[in-house]
Design a protein around this ligand. Structure first.
Ligand SMILES: Cc1cc2nc3c(=O)[nH]c(=O)nc-3n(C[C@H](O)[C@H](O)[C@H](O)COP(=O)(O)OP(=O)(O)OC[C@H]3O[C@@H](n4cnc5c(N)ncnc54)[C@H](O)[C@@H]3O)c2cc1C
Length: 516
């Protein structure tokens, strides 16, 4: 696949939309370019189908950029007795870690400290859960050389990994491993570009106003024009907004909030920190270290009522809850000064079960409406590939088209290469973890113009080359796309403000380069 084939640009978007608006009928139209819709686009395009994929906003505009960025082994499903779901997660984690996106997913160690305040039941359950996770990992075929076995560790090892854990009474900890994405939005971008490389037309800023089994009425948000798009099969992958296009779907969204902690808030954190929520047996709060030095403290689970907003806002109560739980294991509680940002996402949970949203199944559902439109919803980021496969199978069957064979389990995304090859690449490890084999091309951009090698603002790691790459290769159309989805500078408002001018300048420069 050539770089040109996978490059998403404003010019390509305009051309692709014009062809569709002129009446080109595609085999499959997918609505929504979160991880599910982008996964559908890749699945269908790699089966040899003609595909159009549209989003009202941008790649990864919805829930897919607000996740905890974990590629789960499915432990929490085991706790609920859902063995099939747990195995599915572990198997998908293996596919992502070893074949599809080894550049974006890496092993993350996490520590659960055993303190006098750690109640016996959650501690015992966690120990059993870690052991079950080892069995799942082995069953999924992931070598212990990639995700090591869980084990009990001594207090000194707990402190080496997370220095801020309270010393008095510490009995040691449990150490386990899972997969972590360098950035969930980058997974979506890589999926969309790989789909484009297989010929999919990927069109952002295109809102579907009406959807049916044979196409959609859409609004081009850049021009204000309305168009009819035609397709032989249609998939609605709009996540928490899915019921707006398919009233037959019933959702019960719940908000999950993370706080962004300043670098060093928990000392030199080398592992995730997992803390049982007091008074519960299987709920945990965690702090996950990130590549850029920040860490994310999550996670809440708050049912929401009423209209679904474009972007959810964390509440003061959620912030208080997260800080209070963390205080149970730290020598010095986190203060307001440690919290430099926050973000919230809405889980597209399926309605239909009683109980709290924390207990609702994370299983996905595929539904074909009476007029032949297929909706895929629920699930989670880790299992996007299965969701995509099931949705494409169902949509093609409903449309009476040949189903073909899903190929995505063996299809590396743009930038992917085996871990040992990635380790041999020259440019900074930071770029390799975000761009994989394409890091060399970013480095080459900066060689021609040393300004591009410099950080876009003091104290930030993101360089000008990354912003320019976002415009000339990754379909960023404005500064928000660059700050909030091609990079995650926007998660810290102060950083966002400092980088804004550079992002705006790079949109202009990238546009000029791709339309010249
Ligand atoms: C706080 C939180 C943490 C999570 N953490 C994890 C985790 O660590 N690991 C994990 O595996 N899973 C996690 N999940 C679950 C996972 O993030 C979601 O299941 C997944 O991202 C949903 O993706 P999606 O593509 O279905 O929906 P979305 O990402 O929401 O995509 C839907 C898209 O549809 C578009 N759209 C909506 N309406 C229209 C329209 N009319 N026309 C055109 N486009 C439209 C939107 O703009 C959006 O881009 C988490 C979820 C939450 C909320």
């Amino acid at each position: 696949m050539t770089v040109a084939a996978t490059a998403l640009t404003a010019a390509r978007r305009a051309r692709d939309l014009a062809e569709l608006a002129a009446g080109d009928t595609v085999d499959l139209l997918v609505v929504g370019l979160g991880v599910t819709g982008a996964g559908v686009a890749l699945d269908a395009a790699s089966r040899g189908l003609t595909v159009a994929a549209v989003d009202a906003h941008d790649l990864a505009f919805g829930t897919s950029r607000w996740s905890s960025k974990l590629v789960h082994g499915g432990l929490r499903y085991l706790a609920g007795g859902h063995i099939g779901l747990a195995y599915e997660s572990a198997a998908e984690r293996d596919v992502l870690l070893r074949r599809v996106a080894p550049h974006l997913v890496s092993p993350l160690p996490s520590v659960l400290p055993l303190t006098p305040l750690t109640p016996a039941v959650p501690a015992a359950l966690a120990r059993a859960g870690f052991a079950a996770g080892d069995v799942l990992r082995a069953a999924a075929g992931t070598p212990a050389g990639i995700l090591p076995r869980s084990r009990r560790i001594a207090p000194v090892e707990v402190h080496r990994l997370v220095p801020a854990v309270r010393r008095s009474g510490l009995r040691g900890g449990l150490l386990g491993w899972d997969g972590q994405l360098v950035d969930d939005a980058r997974l979506v971008v890589a999926l969309a570009r790989t789909a484009a490389g297989h010929g999919a037309r990927v069109i952002t800023r295109c809102r579907v106003e009406q959807l049916h089994g044979r196409g959609a009425a859409v609004l081009d948000k850049l021009t204000g024009e309305h168009h009819e798009l035609r397709a032989r099969a249609v998939i609605n992958a709009t996540g928490v907004w899915a019921d707006q296009l398919d009233p037959g779907v019933r959702l019960r969204p719940s908000r999950g909030t993370h706080l962004v902690l300043r670098p060093g808030a928990l000392g030199r954190q080398l592992a995730g920190l997992t803390v049982p929520v007091p008074g519960t047996t299987s709920r945990f709060v965690f702090v996950l270290p990130q590549q850029d030095g920040y860490s994310y403290l999550g996670l809440t689970d708050e049912p929401i009522e009423g209209p679904v907003p474009d972007v959810a806002e964390p509440s003061a109560a959620e912030r208080g809850f997260l800080l209070d739980v963390m205080a149970t294991v730290l020598d010095t509680p986190l203060s307001d000064a440690d919290v430099v940002g926050s973000f919230a996402g809405l889980r597209p949970l399926l309605a239909g079960a009683a109980g709290s949203t924390a207990d609702l199944s994370r299983r996905h559902a595929v539904r074909v409406s009476p007029d032949g439109m297929t909706t895929v919803v629920g699930g989670k980021l880790t299992t996007y590939r299965r969701m995509a496969r099931d949705a494409v199978d169902a949509a093609l069957t409903a449309a009476g088209l040949p189903v073909g064979r899903c190929r995505t389990a063996r299809l590396p995304l743009v930038g992917a290469a085996p871990a040992q090859d990635l380790a041999r690449l020259g440019p900074p490890a930071r770029l390799v973890a975000r761009y994989g084999t394409e890091a060399a091309e970013l480095a080459a951009l900066a060689e021609h113009d040393p300004d591009l090698a410099r950080p876009v603002a003091e104290g930030l790691a993101v360089t000008g080359a990354e912003l320019l790459w976002g415009v000339i290769r990754e379909g960023a159309l404005d500064a928000d796309d660059l700050l909030d989805r091609r990079t995650r500078i926007g998660l810290v408002p102060a950083d966002r403000a400092r980088a804004r001018a550079a992002a705006e300048a790079m949109v202009e420069r990238g546009r000029a380069a791709t339309t010249a």
